[in-house]
Write a protein of this length. Structure first.
Length: 296
């Protein structure tokens, strides 16, 4: 089988690609910088160096693939806005899938994509789902992971500067659904190797479900600073803090919108209706990574 994977040597694509290569599959990795993926090249992957915003390059690279994995990478300085950038990449992906008559497509989407609007950076992923769904003859699997544990590394600055953790969500009875990128990679590799999905379907991926107070307790204990509280900010406070930290307006507003959707319960509503079996990596496991990075 020939697979083409976007995402370079990232936290999800790399371990998934390694599983495919170990199974003897033909794997092409699309990477903006081939040097970053040289470890995968050494294991037998073909590295296609190029920009995902280059439609001709993507269409050419998808040629002959039995399955492709699509993910829209973050862009913290998008021209025209975050969602516009996501839709530009989505249109290029969909065009390449159509041009090459790709039969199997797996998409990295997200919890909150069921909303369609109001979940910030997830809105563009919802758009990609909608653009692919009408394609006849193409089987699509939309992976919807929950809140990345990796993003909790952003709490380090708050801890060091103010001895708190927090966001414009939390402090409610609803637990925050967490996922480790290794569990996403395992699910992706499983889907790619089996290719047993038909039509258009959704798979939620999660590793743990914890309250924000529990998150604060576990992480603060891991760094030897027990008792650091989780503080729920207002949307205005959250926006101001991100702008002060240097995030562009469109990015900061997107994160505030996503935080609000988490706080109101809208972002995770469809997850609770379609709750999956949890992955193997728990918050306590991630806390070791958090502590190591905190003191690095």
């Amino acid at each position: 089988m020939k697979y083409v994977l976007t995402g370079g040597a990232g936290h999800i694509t790399k371990p998934a690609a390694e599983k495919l290569l170990a199974a003897g599959q033909d794997v092409t990795i699309i990477s903006r910088n081939a040097a970053n993926a040289k470890g995968l090249a050494a294991k037998g992957a073909t590295i296609a160096e190029g920009n995902i915003e280059d439609a001709a390059f993507i269409t050419k690279t998808f040629a002959g693939a039995d399955a492709v994995y699509l993910m829209i990478p973050p862009n913290f300085s998008p021209e025209g806005g975050w969602r516009q950038y996501q839709n530009k990449v989505a249109d290029i992906f969909v065009g390449a899938v159509k041009a090459n008559n790709i039969k199997n497509v797996i998409v990295l989407s997200s919890v909150g994509a069921h909303m369609g609007n109001g979940s910030g950076p997830v809105d563009g992923l919802a758009d990609l789902e909608k653009k692919l769904a009408p394609l006849d003859g193409t089987n699509t699997r939309f992976l919807r992971p929950s809140y990345f544990m990796y993003n909790l590394h952003n709490m380090a600055g708050l801890i060091k500067g103010m001895n708190i953790m927090g966001a414009n969500y939390g402090g409610t009875e609803e637990k925050l659904v967490l996922v480790h990128t290794n569990d996403i990679a395992d699910a992706l590799a499983e889907e790619l190797l089996q290719l047993n999905f038909k039509g258009h379907s959704i798979r939620y991926i999660a590793s743990d479900e914890r309250s924000t107070d529990e998150i604060a307790a576990v992480l603060s204990n891991a760094i030897g600073k027990p008792g650091i509280p989780w503080v729920s900010f207002t949307d205005e406070q959250s926006l101001g803090g991100m702008l002060q930290a240097g995030l562009p307006q469109t990015i900061a507003e997107g994160y505030v919108a996503l935080g609000k959707a988490i706080r109101t319960g809208e972002a995770q509503a469809d997850y609770w209706k379609n709750k999956p079996a949890l992955g193997k990596i728990k918050l306590e496991d991630f806390a070791k990574e958090f502590a190591a990075a905190f003191y690095a």
